[in-house]
Design a protein around this ligand. Structure first.
Ligand code: ATP
Ligand code: MG
Ligand code: FE
Length: 346
């Protein structure tokens, strides 16, 4: 089926068009720059930016794919989780389009959309299920067990405080680096010693691994970095930026992969899929490759443009729902900022 996908859950306005598992267009307009001076996404600013970016992005996606609105078989939209005001812009636009064009509408889960992005890979290798999926972005750090993309997703664990991307943004800020912090930390970490400072591994010690096996915590790590930097400055010494960045990044990567690999081993599932903006991190990618190879786990990382928030992954999940015979959503759904990962279609 030919499906249009609309994604506005955070700061990316994403419009994607797919035919089944074939990507035809993936237009992304980000309001990231507008949030830079606040050091994080400002919901009100993001919502307003979606309103301005949505129609131009839609026109561009149609032009790039050579598809007309009439030809569409269906529309899919992210209905949650995410920022309420931001989600509402996409949901409103999708309903208006669906009603005026008389097309079926599928309200889908953003997190499951990240997993669905994998079906759009150009190498045509199909994702083998079940799989463990680790989704790491500015708003989420979630570990999922996906048995079936359209009918069976289990949430194994998630962050109990900050998301991993948020930790990158906050630590970058306290180091005086601009937003978004992830790419900056990666840049500054080059040449740094990841073993220079042993920062804490939140919820990854033995006793935590019993109680919080698949949950994440990054706020303690952020505080530890802040304290270390402060003490160093107070002592009059210069802060070794590269070592701090490399050591912090090492801790995040270690936490993420310790949990993800444990989930694979516990469930006897030798497959790990990564998604979300933090997947761009050089050390996360490297350590994922190392740990997975050592444990005999097949690692799948979609291309970066499909890892960060985008509309194509939403369209792809919509297409999967249609191909599996699911009925469209009824038009009484709304934006649900806390939609659980287990609810694939609203
Ligand atoms: P959501 O959480 O709803 O998916 P988001 O906008 O936070 O929304 P993304 O756009 O996928 O999600 O990711 C942005 C986050 O990824 C930011 O926190 C940013 O710092 C982080 N990030 C980007 N590049 C890197 C990198 N190289 N290393 C670490 N983090 C990175
Ligand atoms: Mg974003
Ligand atoms: Fe996302």
């Amino acid at each position: 089926p030919l499906v249009l996908g609309i994604e506005t859950s955070c700061d990316e306005t994403g419009i994607g068009i797919v035919r089944g598992t074939t990507l035809l267009a993936n237009v992304i307009s980000s309001s990231m720059d507008e949030h830079a001076r606040y050091g994080g996404v400002v919901p009100e600013v993001a919502a307003r930016a979606h309103l301005e970016a949505l129609v131009p992005a839609l026109k561009q996606a149609l032009a790039e794919s050579g598809v007309t609105l009439d030809e569409l078989d269906a529309i899919a939209v992210t209905s949650g989780p995410g920022l309420s005001g931001a989600l509402m812009v996409g949901v409103g636009a999708a309903k208006a389009l669906a009603v005026s064009l008389d097309k079926p509408l599928y309200a889908v889960n953003h997190l499951v959309g990240h997993v669905g992005a994998d079906v759009l890979r150009e190498d045509d290798s199909e994702i083998e299920l079940p799989t463990i999926a680790l989704l790491v972005s500015g708003g989420h750090t979630s570990l999922l067990l996906v048995r079936d993309l359209v009918s069976d997703v289990e949430l194994l664990g998630e962050t109990i405080d900050d998301a991993a991307g948020e930790a990158f943004d906050k630590v970058a800020r306290l180091l005086g680096l601009p937003y978004p912090g992830g790419p900056e930390i990666d840049r500054v970490a080059i040449g740094g010693d990841p073993k220079a400072i042993r920062f804490p591994r939140g919820l990854s010690q033995q006793k935590d691994m019993a109680e919080h096996r698949y949950d994440f915590s990054f706020s303690g790590l952020k505080t530890a970095v802040a304290r270390w930097v402060e003490q160093t400055r107070d002592s009059g010494a210069e802060v070794p930026m590269a070592d701090v960045a490399a050591s912090f990044r090492e801790s995040v990567a270690d936490i993420l992969l310790t949990k993800a690999v444990a989930a694979c081993i516990d469930h006897g599932i030798p497959r790990l899929l990564l998604g979300g903006g933090v997947v761009a991190n050089a050390r996360v990618r490297e350590l994922a490759a190392e740990r997975c190879a050592a444990a005999g786990i097949e690692l799948r990382i979609p291309p970066l443009k499909l890892c960060t928030d985008n509309g194509a992954m939403i369209a792809a999940l919509g297409a999967q729902l249609i191909m599996a015979g699911h009925e469209p959503s009824t038009l009484d759904f709304g934006a649900d900022s806390t939609l659980p990962a287990t609810v694939i279609q609203a």
